[in-house]
Design a protein around this ligand. Structure first.
Ligand SMILES: *Cc1c(COP(=O)(O)O)cnc(C)c1O
Length: 482
């Protein structure tokens, strides 16, 4: 059924609410040249029209609360509702960022203690909660690295090393900060090729950006040696912490030798990821980089918590006000709910779930690289493409008919026809078994009736879309017919 847009449902004169007649004098009108000449075109609807419209739309979209969402490199885990309740508490939700510090001591304490907790979890000295997304955190972290080199008279360091398997935001952020990108190869095990890295290390290198476990779901076991080599040439190590769900309470980027870390609270710490909702990408640094952190920093004095703007070497402010407060508040509530042991247990279950899936799928699909994985793994359906013309995209679309969100496809780029799964700790064995059996069934179907996969999804309101057209010719708003 084709749904109508709000504008198409509109009936002239229909209202959802009637204002009482004004009982105060009207204010002076804007000067003529500032007044609009025609009324804005807005849909006219009753409250029920609007409620039905949005409820119907909500029922069409898929989310973690509806079914498993094994989107690799994205950590779509269940976000306990308790933390939304905390974020909705009046004392947090109804304060203003410009309120006097004395009147928002509780909020400042949240900022202080969240920074403290995240520093402890990552093994770093201190940080900032201002960045609004993972990519924003990368940008801020690299600005800090740049400021560090500049203050030491080492501005000639103009290159950042990134592995070929890296998330696309890594090279993009480094280039936004003015660095050129040097790619380091991955070896046969799927890890950074140390010999190739040695060739690249020179006094023009500012930093290396890594995520550990990497985007193949593998732990970079030579990380200590990598850190020694990189520091040996005067460069720094940047940790993309979007994959922290694999290592919470088990290992810490600070201990691995990293100097700067960003986290995606909207993956690991109780805020859903995706859909363009509010995110939070805190940056944590080692002591030597602390002077360069953004201002203001929250400090605890004898009079209580307050903002400290007096940081000569700071890279300055990096977001409006103090970042997405309610998002990192949820992260703090989540950390307190879980506790040290709970966070560790979450990661252990995430690893167990991923390894369980991987080991059951191994006999049915090609698994490049992996012996054992961390929190996510990659399978390749390259053979199915060659033999039966059924692609990774076809598998992904067909999974929807079984009630599962598709995994990440065609990433990392070094695996042909890649399907990347991250089941997370939230899913039960029954759910994982269902997902595994659906995949095995689709594998069999691909051999006998490949067209069935090519037509999928059959059960969703929208079937296949022209993905290139959606990106190249986006229609983002309704316009009245000429
Ligand atoms: C999600 C992700 C990012 C980017 O985070 P955004 O909040 O989407 O900007 C960076 N690196 C990795 C490995 C990721 O998975």
């Amino acid at each position: 059924m084709k749904r109508k847009l709000l504008f198409e449902l509109s009936q002239e004169g229909r209202r959802g609410y009637k204002f009482p007649a004004s009982d105060v004098p009207s204010c002076e009108k804007l000067p003529q040249h500032l007044q609009r000449q025609t009324s804005p075109i807005l849909p006219e609807l009753s409250e029920l029209d609007v409620v039905r419209h949005y409820s119907a739309l909500a029922s069409l979209s898929f989310g973690v609360d509806l079914g498993a969402y094994p989107l690799g490199s994205c950590t779509m885990k269940y976000n306990p509702k308790l933390h939304n309740y905390v974020a909705a508490l009046e004392g947090f939700a109804n304060i203003h960022p410009l309120q006097d510090e004395k009147s928002v001591q509780g909020a400042l304490e949240v900022i202080y203690k969240t920074t403290e907790s995240l520093s402890a979890i990552t093994g770093m000295a201190w940080g900032t909660l201002q960045p609004l997304a993972g990519a924003h955190g990368e940008y801020v972290g690299l600005k800090i690295i740049r400021a560090y080199h500049t203050s030491r008279g080492e501005d000639h360091r103009n290159k950042v090393i990134v592995p070929i398997s890296a998330h696309g935001t890594n090279p993009a952020s480094a280039s936004m900060v003015g660095y050129s990108i040097v790619e380091v190869a991955t070896n046969a095990k799927g890890l950074v090729d140390i010999e190739a890295l040695k060739e690249l290390l020179d006094d023009d290198i500012a930093a290396i950006m890594l995520t550990n476990p990497n985007t193949l779901g593998l732990f970079e076991e030579d990380i200590a040696e990598i850190a020694t080599l990189v520091h040996g040439c005067g460069a720094l190590l940047y940790y993309d912490g979007a994959n922290l769900n694999a290592v919470l309470g088990i290992s810490r980027p600070g201990d691995m030798g990293f100097d700067v870390v960003h986290l995606n609270l909207h993956k690991t710490f109780a805020t859903p990821h995706g859909g363009g909702g509010p995110g939070s990408g805190p940056v944590l640094v080692k002591e030597a980089l602390r002077p360069y952190l953004p201002t203001p920093d929250v400090v605890l004095t004898e009079e209580g918590y307050c903002w400290d703007w007096d940081r000569e070497l700071s890279i300055g402010k990096v977001s409006g006000f103090w970042g997405n407060f309610l998002v990192y508040l949820k992260a703090y509530a989540y950390i307190l709910t879980m506790g040290r042991e709970g966070l560790k247990e979450a990661s252990i279950h995430a690893l167990l779930n991923a390894n369980y899936m991987l080991s059951r799928l191994r006999g049915h699909f090609n698994v490049p690289y992996q012996e054992r994985c961390m929190h996510e793994f990659v399978i390749s359906v390259h053979d199915f493409k060659e033999l039966y013309g059924v692609s990774a995209l076809d598998f992904a679309k067909a999974l929807q008919d079984y009630g599962y969100h598709p995994p990440t496809v065609y990433f990392p780029l070094i695996v042909s026809e890649a399907l990347m799964f991250e089941p997370t700790e939230s899913e039960s064995k029954e759910t994982l078994d269902g997902l595994i059996e659906a995949l095995i069934e689709l594998g069999e179907l691909a051999k006998t009736d490949g067209d069935r996969l090519k037509e999928a999804p059959l059960t969703r309101p929208i079937k296949r879309i022209d993905e290139a057209r959606a990106a190249k010719n986006p229609i983002l708003r309704w316009k009245p017919k000429e």
